[in-house]
Design a protein around this ligand. Structure first.
Ligand SMILES: Cc1ncc(COP(=O)(O)O)c(C=O)c1O
Length: 388
């Protein structure tokens, strides 16, 4: 049986997959089962930050697999504390909790925010404000947190305690910050929502309003974090420090990991028995995290990410089918006209370049260390498609 039929018969059909089975990758090149090569502008939706099978990452992960593959979180392990120290040293955060995914990281952030408020103010202050067009995950609580009606279906009853503010509407936010609110949670660049950056003014409003009322600020950097926008964290681009930042995707370079970063104010909210995980911060995964952080949290590496982002934007902005180029760094959204995002992606596959969509836009999330010549070649192909 071929892979496509086998998938259809045995896998629950929740994905609209491309008709493409990938078998082998190196750097930013990946091959399908017929041996055709593609330049990767997806990095597995922002996960393979160092591309496919980076040598140093493979060595660290394989060595760790041969040394100590897993222990429970009841014991200390070096890869985990190293990864935490690196995250704290490279940011203004104080402590880290490791989990397995973006949704789990957000679940943990929500728990921290509610407990912070409970400890200080008692019950009745548990509402979390999120934004329209946000995406925070697929668990019941993070689905509810996600500010898109399309996700609030079928699975009733949904979790309580979320309200949605229109993105970039500071006046509406001010009106919504009533006495029952404990946190505001948002993405600096809404990824699944169409690669849209929040306005600088609205970000300032969030921080000013929340500070006045001791409401926590939670930044979901699951997609935008770990170098994607040209700084280790996108909060650094906007020069702010949310009380909690969540990470996942690019952090492990291809292994499942999430992390919750907490500042001085939130670092002691969770104590013994308040949270836990079987797999989170597993030694193999953290060996991967350590390599990613060693490479990405370097000013030259990050400057290169910004330069490659500028190159993409400059190259495509005047193409016939381009209405707007959005996002930051190597998180690129392309609003197209007279062609659909799906058509652009399909043509890319034909021509040997893989890309993503986000809502009605083309989305590019190349490996952060993508080779400049291969990037130029891929962007040439994209330009042809966008000018046809
Ligand atoms: C901003 C954001 N938050 C949370 C998630 C959920 O992450 P995961 O699929 O790892 O649970 C995603 C995934 O796309 C995301 O983009």
């Amino acid at each position: 049986m071929d892979i496509f039929n086998q998938d259809k018969n045995y896998i629950i059909n929740t994905y609209k997959r491309f008709n493409l089975a990938l078998t082998k990758g190196k750097g930013c090149l990946v091959a399908d089962q017929d041996g055709k090569e593609y330049i990767d502008l997806t990095s597995g939706i922002g996960v393979n930050s160092l591309g496919f099978c980076n040598d140093d990452w493979c060595d660290a992960v394989c060595n760790q697999a041969k040394t100590l593959n897993h222990t429970s979180n009841l014991y200390y392990t070096l890869p985990q504390v190293d990864a935490a120290k690196k995250l704290v040293d490279k940011t203004d955060y104080s402590k880290v909790f490791f989990c397995n995914s973006g949704a789990e990281a957000n679940e943990c952030a929500i728990k921290i925010a509610r407990k912070y408020s409970f400890d200080k103010y008692g019950q009745g202050r548990s509402t979390i404000i999120t934004l329209t067009d946000s995406f925070h995950g697929r668990t019941m609580t993070t689905l509810t947190a996600t500010g898109q009606d399309v996700f609030h279906n079928f699975f009733f009853p949904f979790a309580q305690g979320f309200k949605y503010c229109k993105a970039n509407d500071g006046k509406m936010l001010a009106d919504m910050l009533t006495d029952d609110v404990c946190a505001v949670m948002f993405e600096f660049v809404q990824g699944e929502g169409g690669v849209k950056s929040l306005d600088q003014k609205f970000i300032k409003d969030i921080f000013d309003l929340c500070k006045d009322k001791d409401i926590l600020v939670i930044a979901d950097e699951v997609q935008s974090g770990i170098g994607r926008t040209g700084r280790l964290l996108t909060s650094q681009v906007f020069d702010v420090l949310p009380d909690i930042t969540t990470l996942a995707k690019g952090l492990g370079g291809g292994l499942p990991v999430g992390a919750v970063l907490v500042n001085d104010k939130t670092k002691d909210v969770m104590g013994y028995s308040h949270h836990g995980t079987t797999f989170g911060g597993n030694p193999i995964v953290c060996a991967g995290v350590n390599v990613v952080l060693d490479k990405v949290a370097d000013e030259n590496f990050l400057a290169d990410v910004r330069a490659k982002g500028d190159f993409i934007r400059e190259s495509i902005k005047d193409c016939k089918h381009v209405e707007e180029v959005t996002g930051l760094g190597l998180m690129v959204g392309i609003k197209v006209k007279d062609i659909t995002a799906g058509e652009v992606v399909a043509k890319g596959i034909e021509k040997g370049v893989i890309m993503l969509t986000a809502k009605d836009r083309v989305r590019l999330l190349p490996p952060l260390n993508i080779d400049k010549d291969l990037l130029a070649k891929a962007i040439d192909t994209l330009k042809q498609i966008l000018d046809e």
